[in-house]
Design a binder for this molecule. Structure first.
Ligand SMILES: Nc1ncnc2c1ncn2[C@@H]1O[C@H](COP(=O)(O)O)[C@@H](OP(=O)(O)O)[C@H]1O
Ligand SMILES: [Mg+2]
Ligand SMILES: [Mg+2]
Ligand SMILES: [Mg+2]
Length: 342
């Protein structure tokens, strides 16, 4: 069974949401709220979650959604709620040609209810979408990379992944040129990419780099030192003979980057053994990397298990690399971590 329709709706939905996130990215008003776990959420995260879940509910009313955000912060703050509704309404008004396929939201009450459709607990049964309305919120606030991410799972296996990276260059050779790319994949059918400016164009197939010589290889890692262990990643890179400096960027833009051949490896080594990676941080990006010729496991070499609920509770960390390099990278990771953690 092909999931071409799910991919089409995913692409349209994240691209529509991206109009909203870019407006906030380029404005002075980010409307940040600090959540219970001390992490930030902005009016753009809420607005994007509302638009994307309403698209899914319109196209596939029986499906469930595991979304990162819930409406509690907005219910407690009328002025932010008004800001988000203003953004959502403007975006819907500006994209009327998509209403037949993606539907709309009637008022701010409905918007809050739609955001809360993302509270599903996930699991191993049925059709479930994993949504990160803004991945890399800290990058978003800093003016760095961020991504709008949507994965679609059937019985706990990711079948479709779609990512918008509004601030990655269309041509990696021209970093100051046009920005904004959309990547997507269907399991077994490969991964594709297209510029955001060409919404109706067919995506071009992408594949990972073919560099197998570690002295020429590059690795990606996050910017936030609290999210992955920079010191251990540096030490692994050194032991592999990697000489290039790490490519640091926020969000699933790292998965996007290696899937189109900019970097061969993405390391995300845990900074704490109690943190559980969230399914929405990996569903879309990991499938796109696999379909572009890569392998994605945790630090134990285990496949990512999306059947466990809202988190990858049976996995630790992420090791993603070109298929030919992955066994050697994993061995280096395990040698490095064995001492302190395994
Ligand atoms: N201690 C931790 N270890 C690993 N990831 C963490 C973390 N704390 C937060 N994160 C996740 O890291 C994501 C960003 O990844 P990166 O650092 O690669 O940009 C965040 O997504 P959000 O920005 O969607 O909240 C958040 O879910
Ligand atoms: Mg977050
Ligand atoms: Mg995230
Ligand atoms: Mg997020």
């Amino acid at each position: 069974m092909s999931y071409a329709n799910e991919r089409r709706i995913a692409e349209l939905a994240i691209q529509r949401a991206c109009l909203l996130t870019e407006r906030v990215y380029n404005s002075q008003v980010k409307g940040t709220i600090t959540k219970g776990d001390k992490s930030p959420v902005t009016i753009a995260d809420f607005g994007a979650q509302a638009l994307i879940i309403s698209s899914i509910a319109h196209a596939f009313p029986e499906d469930s959604v595991v979304g990162e955000e819930d409406s509690s912060g907005l219910r407690a703050d009328q002025s932010k709620r008004d800001l988000v509704w203003g953004l959502v309404k403007d975006t819907l008004d500006a994209t009327k040609e998509l209403t037949a396929e993606l539907g709309k939201i009637k008022d701010d009450e409905e918007m809050l209810a739609v955001i809360d459709k993302g509270t599903h607990q996930g699991g191993s049964v049925g059709r479930i979408w994993a949504l990160d309305p803004i991945d890399g919120t800290k990058g978003f606030l800093r003016g760095g990379q961020y991504a709008v991410c949507l994965g679609f799972m059937v019985d706990g296996k990711v079948q479709v992944g779609a990512l918008v990276c509004p601030n990655l260059p269309v041509d990696p050779e021209k970093p100051e040129g046009e920005k904004g790319i959309l990547l997507s994949a269907i399991r077994g059918e490969g991964a594709t990419m297209r510029p955001l400016s060409a919404p109706s164009a067919q995506g071009t197939p992408i594949s990972m780099s073919s560099i197998t010589d570690f002295s020429k290889a590059r690795f990606c890692e996050g910017v936030e030192a609290g999210h992955s262990s920079h010191s251990e990643q540096a030490s692994i890179a050194k032991s592999l003979g990697i000489t290039a400096p790490s490519i640091q960027m926020d969000s699933q833009a790292k998965y996007a980057s290696i899937s189109r051949g900019v970097g061969e490896i993405y390391l995300r080594l845990p900074t704490s053994m109690t943190y559980e990676e969230k399914i929405w941080d990996h569903a879309a990006g990991s499938l796109i990397v696999e379909e572009a010729g890569g392998v994605v496991t945790d630090i134990y070499g285990k496949e990512l298990d999306f059947t466990q609920g809202r988190t990858l509770k049976t996995n630790k960390g992420i090791v993603a690399a070109l298929k030919a390099l992955h066994p050697t990278v994993l061995k280096a990771v395990q040698e490095e971590l064995k001492v302190s953690k395994l």
